[in-house]
Every structure is written in structure tokens, then in C-alpha cells.
Design a protein around this ligand. Structure first.
Ligand code: ADP
Ligand code: MG
Length: 365
């Protein structure tokens, strides 16, 4: 029904102060019908602009956009059969929930019984049937958010666009709404494009994720692929919290060399790099290792292929289910996420173990 295709889509703005701004640079992707795709990246990377081009609220400078096989380059927003939910959704304060939900349909002169049916269905899907007579000020933040989504649902669009819809909610409610949105997608069976700067939201909601930075698509992949096979340091550092550690290294004679002032640490390149080894031997590179792949040595007995490292621990943060420890090593500050039973304390030396089957190697940027 409603697949969305971008072919070499670029959007340039002329900004009074900055001159030409390339908000989206040669974007290519296909979002399949009924897919839930999340567009993620830091503020200013071009997410909203991408969404607005899908909606037809912004005309692309170059390239082609297709919705459901149809070229929509010049199609106005109202003819695209798309509903958009924004971050600062404005409900009409003087109208009841029912009136807020039905407002758009009344404008379209939809028959009253049909409006009633559609509002009822949307309210049921969202669990707000009891609230139809209330005014927005009598609702909680989460309920108001649901009404905003409901206004999109009643239109029964082919595509839903969400632009950071949860960012004004508190943390607990955000988690709850996240679960509800995932369920909503199952019920609605429509294409959803969801924008967020929050990588956790992206990883939990997206069937596939498009990672953007500076207007350029970095990687399009499933959450699992993004975590396990990030294509560059930007994606690797952006996905996962706390962020991946990056350590300068040298690859030489099938070994990785980490340097700490005068002393070097050396270990064999793990098997998974066998295919690329010929290309990387002799190179200065960056080794990535996630905090969860560095262990308190005491708890590392199950790690097959490990490198023991002696470190001076600067800080330990106890999170309850695990501890974060920070230490300076190999010219950078490294974070490790260790077992909460760990006895490692701040201001003392400790032995940690790097799981070297889990390392990544990146070209220096
Ligand atoms: P995001 O939603 O990822 O935060 P945006 O798509 O809003 O990013 O913006 C991408 C870039 O385009 C930013 O540099 C922003 O300042 C610029 N931009 C967006 N809209 C306009 C506009 N109407 N005029 C000038 N620059 C704009
Ligand atoms: Mg935005």
C-alpha cells in the first residue's frame, strides 16, 4: 500500500546567517509498506526536514520521492494521505476530547455516523474511551499525547509520521508510551516513520533504523545489526549507552598494539577480522570496545578470549544492577560496566578483562 522511497533526495536551505545549509544530503532509502522505521540522529542532523519532505510540507531541492509507487514530488500535503504527530501537539483547549478527535473529519464533511465510528475505534485503540467528554486541561500529559495520536488515527492515513512525540513527557511516561506505540503499530498495520534523537527509543521501537548525521545517512539497519555491525565510529558511538570506548591502536603483523606512554600491550587480532587482515596490517586505527565487554577480572572466568589490564580506577558509580567504573588507560578515559558484586572501588588499582572477541576496528576519522 504505502511504501516510501527516497531517490537521491537533497534539501538545501538558504539561511540568512549561515548561507547555504544542506539539511539533507543525497538521501536514498526504501521504507516498506507497514514497516516501523525510526529516523535517529543528533539535533540538527536533518530528521525533521526528511519527515516534512515525506509529508510534502517541504519541497526537496533535488531527487525523487515516491509514496506507494507514486511519484509525489509535486503533490501537495493534503493529497498524500499522511498524518503527522508533532512534539508540541496543540489540542484545542475549549473543545472536548471527542471534538478534538472529530474536528478534522467534520471539516472534511464526513457523515456524522462515520465520524462517530472512527472516533470510537480510535478511542478504543488508545484506551481513552472514558475521556471523550473531558477538556484537555482535565487530562494528564500522557492522555493528551494519546488524544494527539488519536487525531491522526481517525483519518486512517496510509502513513503515520511522528516527530519526537514523546520528548515533552517525563521519563517514566515515555517508557510507557513507547510500549503503547509499538502495540499501536501492530493494531494499525500502517507504515510508520518515527523521528527521535534518543537512541534507546530508536532501538526499542524501530524494525529498522536510519541513522543520520550532518544531513547524511550513515547506516540503515535493524537494531541488532546496528549494535553488532556499526559501519563507522559515529554509529558505534551513538548506539548503546554508555557509549563505546575508542582507543587508538596500531595493527602490525597480525597483532593489535595499544600504547600507554612508554609501554605497549599487544594481542592477536581476533578471528572475526581474518578477512580484512591483509588490508589493515600496518595501519593506525581505532579500536572500539563497549563498556559491557570490559569485566572486573574476578568475574571474567566465562570469557574465552580476554586481555587482562591493570588500571587505576578514578570513579565507581553504583547503578544497582551493575557498576560503572572509569579509568584512564591508553591515552583516553575508559568506561566499563561491571557486575554489581564487583569489589572494585575508586582511588585504587584493579584488574579488568577486555573481551577481545567483542572489539571493533575503525579507520581513523
Ligand atoms: P533535526 O530535526 O534533526 O533536529 P532539522 O531537519 O530540523 O534537524 O534541521 C536540519 C538543518 O537544517 C539544521 O541545520 C537546521 O538549522 C536547518 N534548517 C531546517 N529548517 C530550516 C529553514 N526553514 N531555514 C533554514 N535552515 C533550516
Ligand atoms: Mg527535529
Amino acid at each position: 500500500m504505502a511504501k516510501i522511497v527516497f531517490e537521491h533526495v537533497t534539501k538545501e536551505f538558504i539561511d540568512e546567517k549561515r548561507g547555504k545549509v544542506i539539511a539533507v544530503n543525497d538521501a536514498n532509502f526504501t521504507i516498506e509498506d507497514k514497516e516501523f522505521v525510526v529516523l535517529v540522529g543528533p539535533s540538527g542532523c536533518g530528521k525533521t526536514t526528511t519527515l516534512r519532505m515525506i509529508a510534502g510540507l517541504e519541497r526537496q531541492t533535488k531527487g525523487n520521492i515516491y509514496i506507494g509507487e507514486k511519484l509525489v514530488n509535486y503533490l501537495p500535503p493534503k493529497d498524500r494521505d499522511i498524518a503527522m504527530v508533532f512534539q508540541d501537539y496543540a489540542l484545542y483547549p475549549h473543545m472536548t476530547v471527542y471534538e478534538n478527535l472529530s474536528f478534522g473529519l467534520r471539516n472534511l464533511k464526513v457523515p456524522r455516523t462515520e465520524i462517530e465510528q472512527k472516533v470510537k475505534r480510535a478511542a478504543e485503540i488508545l484506551g481513552i474511551s472514558e475521556l471523550l467528554d473531558r477538556k484537555p486541561r482535565e487530562l494528564s500529559g500522557g492522555q493528551r499525547q494519546r488524544v494527539a495520536v488519536g487525531r491522526a488515527i481517525v483519518r486512517n492515513p496510509k502513513v503515520f509520521l511522528f516527530d519526537e512525540p514523546l520528548s515533552n513527557l517525563d521519563a517514566k511516561l515515555r517508557v510507557q508510551m513507547r510500549v503503547e506505540l509499538a502495540e499501536l503499530h501492530k493494531k494499525l498495520e500502517t507504515t510508520i516513520v518515527y523521528v527521535t534523537h534518543d537512541q534507546v527509543e530508536a532501538m526499542t521501537l524501530g524494525q529498522r533504523i536510519i541513522v543520520m548525521n550532518h544531513g547524511i545517512i550513515q547506516q540503515i539497519a535493524t537494531p541488532d545489526e546496528l549494535y553488532n555491525r556499526p559501519v563507522n565510529m559515529f554509529v558505534a558511538g551513538f548506539i548503546g549507552a554508555p557509549s563505546m570506548n575508542f582507543i587508538n591502536c596500531k595493527v602490525e603483523r597480525n597483532k593489535i598494539i595499544l600504547s600507554d606512554g612508554n609501554s605497549n600491550t599487544m594481542f592477536d587480532i581476533p578471528q572475526k577480522f581474518k578477512k580484512v587482515i591483509a588490508n589493515i596490517n600496518g595501519k593506525e586505527m581505532v579500536m572500539g570496545i563497549r563498556p559491557e565487554d570490559i569485566y572486573d577480572a574476578v568475574f571474567s572466568q566465562n570469557i574465552e578470549n580476554k586481555l587482562y589490564v591493570d588500571v587505576y580506577v578514578k570513579v565507581v558509580e553504583k547503578l544497582g544492577s551493575e557498576n560503572l567504573i572509569y579509568f584512564d588507560k591508553y591515552g583516553t578515559t575508559i568506561t566499563a560496566r561491571v557486575n554489581s558484586q564487583s569489589r572494585i572501588v575508586s582511588g585504587e588499582y584493579a584488574k579488568v578483562a577486555f573481551n577481545i572477541d567483542k572489539i571493533y576496528l575503525f579507520d581513523k576519522e
